[in-house]
Design a protein around this ligand. Structure first.
Ligand code: SOE
Length: 383
């Protein structure tokens, strides 16, 4: 009989909801090698976590993450809490023999990330960073095509992750805008994703030149009342970057060009990736995530152009999609988490590594740190 993994999830807001949905749906749509129980949902606010527990379908609620990582009932700890908590929770979870899925960026800095990796390796638990965009069928197809040589030698990795939720200077401070709780801004939050996709699709970064910029240095504190005439509103300092740029060289000779910003008006979750090789190119945009554009330099000259692949063919033709709907019936953001959780559970059963591991998280964190160091020192940084 298949074993049952009891899951403890820390965090119940945006990521907590996305992960809860994934834990619930993965066993329903994928042939998991274990059963999954949504055991405990944890968050600091008692009323908030209780309401989320009921709505998201967890059996128990807890307000102290230590209860979760120390519970003998829990097999898997899933970390969706703010970044400053990742290291402490993951290290404690590893020491208690739990398999760990952790949101990105892995930690606040390289040192913490390395300690998390060391703890997970020492405890021989399965560890994974939730870079969910790797498991978009179109991205997985691009990976397969690049591996098969469809693009030839890779020359350019060009990626832009653009959002616009900070364009409004009245948007209040939250934990993502404070260095102590988030480690960095656009760099760790969204550059981390396109760094991961670059490492996945193209290869390791060799050297980088980075630029970090903060457009709005002060913002209202979230609990500050709307100012009355003559009164001043309580403001807080933004201590992280609003935008992060990276140009770099990759180990295989490809040139990298990455932009991550929360100030691109009109861009909500625009992840545009273009990879150019000696024989062809692929282009992907998350806001049209079921499609991959492919230019094949081998096509006859009189009919060359980017073709538009709808990545929804089943029967093993396109990655992940076979477990969903008939061709042309599209999937969305939430499916990327479901695919991640499905692969993670099977790896836990087999006791095998599942990418991206904490080792990938450490490598990613080194690139993030190199971008910051480059900005700080005003020069290129080798990895
Ligand atoms: C906020 O910018 C955020 O939720 C990120 O933290 C996620 O990783 C990203 O995928 C969506 O935007």
């Amino acid at each position: 009989m298949a074993r049952t993994f009891r899951v403890g999830l820390i965090g119940y807001r945006f990521m907590g909801r996305a992960h809860s949905n994934a834990w619930r749906q993965a066993p329903r749509f994928f042939n998991l090698k274990a059963n999954v129980e949504l055991h405990t949902l944890c968050g600091r606010n008692t009323a908030g976590v209780q309401a989320a527990r009921a709505q998201l379908g967890w059996q128990h609620a807890a307000t102290d993450w230590r209860e979760v990582v120390e519970s003998p009932l829990i097999d898997i700890v899933d970390i969706g809490a703010p970044n400053d908590l990742h290291a402490e929770i993951a290290i404690a979870a590893a020491r208690n023999g739990k398999h760990i899925l952790c949101e990105k960026p892995l930690a606040l800095n390289v040192k913490q990330a390395e300690a998390m990796l060391a703890a997970a390796q020492k405890a021989r638990v399965v560890h994974m960073v939730c870079h969910n965009y790797r498991r978009i069928p179109a991205i997985a197809l691009a990976k397969k095509m690049i591996g098969e040589g469809a693009l030839g030698k890779i020359l350019h990795y060009h990626a832009r992750y653009a959002q616009d939720w900070l364009v409004d200077p009245e948007f209040p401070i939250n934990w993502r805008l404070q260095k102590e709780t988030s480690g960095s801004g656009a760099n760790g939050d969204i550059n981390a994703h396109i760094i991961d996709l670059g490492r996945y699709l193209v290869g390791e970064f060799k050297e980088v030149c980075g630029l970090l910029h903060t457009f709005v240095a002060e913002r209202p504190l979230s609990d500050a009342p709307v100012p009355q005439r003559g009164s001043t509103r309580k403001m807080g300092k933004v201590t992280v970057d609003d935008a992060a740029l990276l140009i770099g060289r990759m180990e295989n000779g490809a040139l990298a060009n990455l932009e991550a910003t929360r100030f691109a008006a009109g861009r909500k979750n625009h992840i545009a990736i273009e990879i150019n090789g000696s024989k062809g190119s692929v282009y992907f945009d998350f806001e049209d995530m079921n499609r991959l554009k492919f230019f094949n330099g081998d096509d006859p000259k009189d009919r060359q152009g980017f073709r538009d692949i709808l990545v929804t063919e089943r029967s093993g033709i396109h990655p992940f999609i076979g477990n969903w709907w008939p061709p042309g019936h599209l999937i969305g953001y939430e499916h990327t988490f479901i695919h991640t959780v499905a692969d993670f559970v099977n790896a836990c059963v087999e006791g095998k590594p599942v990418q991206p591991t904490f080792e990938d998280g450490v490598k990613n964190q080194r690139v993030l740190a190199a971008v910051a160091e480059s900005q700080h020192k005003g020069r290129w940084v080798k990895l």
